[in-house]
Design a protein around this ligand. Sequence first.
Ligand code: PFF
Length: 470
Amino acid sequence: MFIKNRGKVVVHVNYVHAQWSSRWAFVLAATGSAVGLGNIWKFPYMVGQGGGGAFVLVYLVCIVLIGIPIMMSEVLLGRRARLSPVNTMRVLAQQEGASPGWQFVGWLGMATGFLILSFYGVVAGWTLAYVFHSASGAFAMENPQHIKALFGAFVTDPQRVLVWHTLFMAMTTLIVARGVQAGLEKAVKVMMPVLFILLLALVFYSMGSGGFDEGWEFLFKTDFDKLTPAVILGAMGQAFFSLSLGMGAIMIYGSYLPQRSSIGGSTFLIVIADTVVALLAGLAVFPIVFANGLEPAAGPPLIFETLPIAFGQMPGGTFWGTLFFVLLVFAAWTSAISLIEPAVAWLTETRGVRRVLAAVLTGGFAWLLGMLTIMSFSDWAFSFRFLGVEKTHGFFDIFELLTTNITLPLGGILIALFAGWTIRRSHSQEELKLGSLAGFEIWLFLTRFVSPVMVGMLLLYLLFGHYLNA
Ligand code: PFF
């Protein structure tokens, strides 16, 4: 099949993608993509390193002013073209008489997806291992030092981590290979609600842990002295990461969305779910941190050093702990699949590669790249400074900072500019069908001005900020 514009072939498509069975399937799948390790593993440790409430406040502002409009933009673009992000950008640019160079956004997104998945798969592997640690009763009545040592011994053993990373990447490849409805939809429907309930139970436990007031204050009391540029940049990046924005994951999911479904309403639900889960994770983790005299700024190991303490002490903790890590694996799984979906869609659509092979190729590549992260926690660890903060996990930190702070926001800015300025107003209005003109105007204003300016300023600071400080 050819996609033509004014008689000229724009892309040659071998394959027409399937669609979600309903709007709900889309909301669930996009929520599955958004809710993951980013909420439960990354959010708490970034809050811990970013000084608590100040970080949370900036994060919430970014979700509203940048996250919501950009998510709507991604879905709008994806659904309009119904192609992989690379071709979506190319075809829409053609239709609007703009440069085909816009497809760069799609390429940047694919590269970002591989980089993220490479470390995401490793951390998901840790989680998978913790299912079994937990089930074996390893946390029961253990003291915090011992639990910390257990994690330390595990992550610094590359061979053991490799086994779990491999297993997780195989699971991811399998689901992606099965395709949109059979694979992705079924995986999400059951697991999300159960994870949510379990998280509530953990918060409930934390309320009685003796550190709840301190934890609450840490999360929600804003100390404006802590509001450094590094914290602001980190919080904005985390908003992109957590909502899966800026790399085409939501765009490709949007391309499978049936025509009549509401984009505004769906976005609202996804954003609320994602934010609530992140805040609940914070409320579960920090009381445990303070009740046990632990370090909030412990970094990536944080949840693996705190939550097992709670499970070790609560009645039935072996069961609850195991269930929690199982669900966290599922949450990571439904996010991981969306990280390679843009590349898989592109391979099937333009290269005629069968879906199974495309999944194996992309999953295999991310798996290989994951070796660098595995080694960053043992023999190949090296440190460097980033915006005045000491980073000690070499390649892992580089990939994490590069994607969270640079390529996701950059992709996001370009998507906003494209949806806001390049797509004709009448076209975006027709696709979004927001119901009220005021709603549309607010979206357009945020997309055209607010998000590009906010994100742009932070990226400029990142590039030139050291001159200001010098
Ligand atoms: N949003 C996911 C999480 O919070 O765990 C991670 C992620 C998935 C980021 C998909 C980006 C993406 F495109």
